[in-house]
Ligand binder design. Structure first.
Ligand code: COA
Length: 165
């Protein structure tokens, strides 16, 4: 069975990596699909997000990285994936995930959404938290892959330089 794990991954965190590794054990093939999220202004462009994901997933032979625009179910259909994987963290994720899963099922009932519970250590981790802590000079070691920690640091330095008069 081929599964799609969609998200904005801006940037990928250890919480996402945990879900990807576990999904790779459950499904024959996992496509990590980077999507533009209409409601969020991204820090990294799609290409940068895909590069980081590809490096982080290089050890997983049945995982590939891709991107898509438009409806997730249409993308899953095109890639002949029967499952959408989503990670569930705190209870607060539930209403949003429930709504998306129901809408996706309505759009295509043959595609199932499967939820993996996040590891307890990642329950309150998010890409926004990782970005904010880095921007304010805190350490995110252990919360994101080393290469992401470094890319994030460089990106935020670049942003500060660009905003200087
Ligand atoms: N560990 C750590 N953090 C996690 C996580 C985990 N296991 N799972 C989710 N998150 C975080 C992400 O870091 C992200 O944090 P942020 O808001 O601080 O950036 C947040 O949870 C949710 O992000 P993500 O999982 O990337 O999902 P998303 O909400 O950005 O993306 C899409 C949702 C892309 C899947 C959805 O918008 C979509 O399907 N778009 C395509 C258009 C479409 O079909 N729309 C109709 C859908 S019904």
């Amino acid at each position: 069975m081929r599964a799609v794990y969609p998200g904005s991954f801006d940037p990928v965190t250890n919480g996402h990596v945990d879900i990807i590794e576990r999904a790779a054990r459950v499904f024959d093939e996992v496509i990590v699909a980077v999507a533009p999220n209409r409601g969020k202004e991204p820090l990294f462009c799609i290409q940068e997000r895909m590069e980081m994901l590809s490096e982080v997933c290089a050890h997983l032979k049945n995982v590939s990285v891709d991107s898509f625009e438009g409806l997730l179910v249409s993308y899953a259909e095109r890639r002949q994936a029967g499952v959408i994987v989503r990670g569930l963290r705190a209870v607060s994720d539930f209403p949003y995930e429930f709504e998306m899963a129901l809408m996706n099922r309505r759009l295509n009932p043959s595609i199932e959404t499967v939820f993996l519970m996040t590891g307890a250590e990642n329950a309150y981790l998010s890409s926004s938290v990782v970005k904010e802590v880095t921007a304010l000079g805190g350490s995110i070691d252990g919360l994101a892959p080393d290469l992401v920690v470094e890319r994030l640091r460089l990106k935020l330095q670049e942003e500060v330089r660009e905003s200087e008069p």
